[in-house]
Design a protein around this ligand. Structure first.
Ligand code: NDP
Length: 246
């Protein structure tokens, strides 16, 4: 049986990805950070074990910290062995605040949670994939990584950084059959969006050519595609309702 590790697997897009991975037959290691998400993630693991007959593991770790990522990967290896088939770097946060008012620790936190965490996770997981001569790494970037968004300098930089990391690692590990790709979602209904001014959200929805905010499942399906298409590497796919067209 194949194994997948996903960061930020407790709710929102990550939850939909956990369910999709289980549906695809993967044993899933789902990471979360907050104490308040423990019960949620454990219930999700119970659900996939019951409904899909796979095995799961919920692991609390703050992926912005190197030692927590090591702990997360070690827990996965202890439970499922050294073959890690899929890594999904999905954990992410946003500040959505005027740049000059943003304290240093706040923008550092976005960069560390959204971007540096993916470096840490790849640093621990890719050596196992090299050993296996096979692997698939998917990072959840954003349309913010493709275009500028006011009040989101830290977020946009972190998400562009993920695309840069993905391209470079795809070059470095292509011959070892390890593929790296990004998903750049447009606006998706999750807690992240629920926390933003709803008038702004409605106005933005009207600006989307498809006229609606996307669902978490739309992103999980993109992940499935990137896992299944064995010739995709160094790319991004962007389910975004048409709001960004390169
Ligand atoms: P949510 O706020 O719903 O979920 C965020 C997830 O990330 C949670 O599982 C949370 O864990 C986890 N997380 C946050 N910080 C850490 C950390 N330091 N260590 C481990 N886990 C952490 O967000 P979304 O589902 O909306 O976002 C998922 C990804 O998609 C993010 O990378 C986001 O930037 C990206 N994205 C989202 C878009 C949207 O419109 N929603 C658009 C484009 C990209 P916990 O539950 O424990 O807090």
């Amino acid at each position: 049986m194949k194994t997948a590790i996903i960061t930020g697997g407790s709710r929102g897009i990550g939850e939909a990805m956990v369910l999709k991975l289980a549906e695809m037959g993967y044993n899933v290691v789902a990471n979360y950070r907050s104490d308040s998400s423990k019960a949620l993630t454990e219930a999700l693991i119970e659900k996939i074990e019951k409904e899909y007959g796979v095995q799961g593991l919920a692991v609390q770790a703050d992926v912005s910290k190197y030692e927590d990522c090591e702990k997360l990967v070690n827990a996965a290896v202890a439970k499922f062995g050294e073959k890690i088939d899929v890594l999904v770097n999905n954990a992410g946060i946003t500040n959505n605040a005027p740049f000059c008012e943003l304290p240093q620790e706040k923008y550092m936190s976005v960069l560390e949670t959204n971007l540096i965490s993916a470096f840490h996770m790849c640093h621990f997981v890719v050596p196992y994939m090299v050993k296996a001569n096979e692997g698939c790494v998917i990072s959840t970037s954003s349309i913010g990584g493709l275009m500028g968004v006011a009040n989101q300098a830290d977020y946009c930089a972190s998400k562009s950084g993920l695309i840069g990391m993905t391209r470079a690692l795809a070059m470095e590990f292509g011959k070892q059959n390890i593929r790296f790709n990004c998903i750049c979602p447009g606006m998706i209904w999750t807690d992240m969006l629920r926390g933003v001014n709803q008038d702004e959200v409605n106005a933005l929805a009207m600006a989307i050519p498809m006229g609606k905010i996307g669902d978490c499942d739309d992103i999980a399906v993109a992940m499935e595609f990137l896992i299944k298409d064995k010739y995709m590497t160094g790319q991004y796919v962007s389910p975004n309702g048409g709001i960004y067209m390169p």
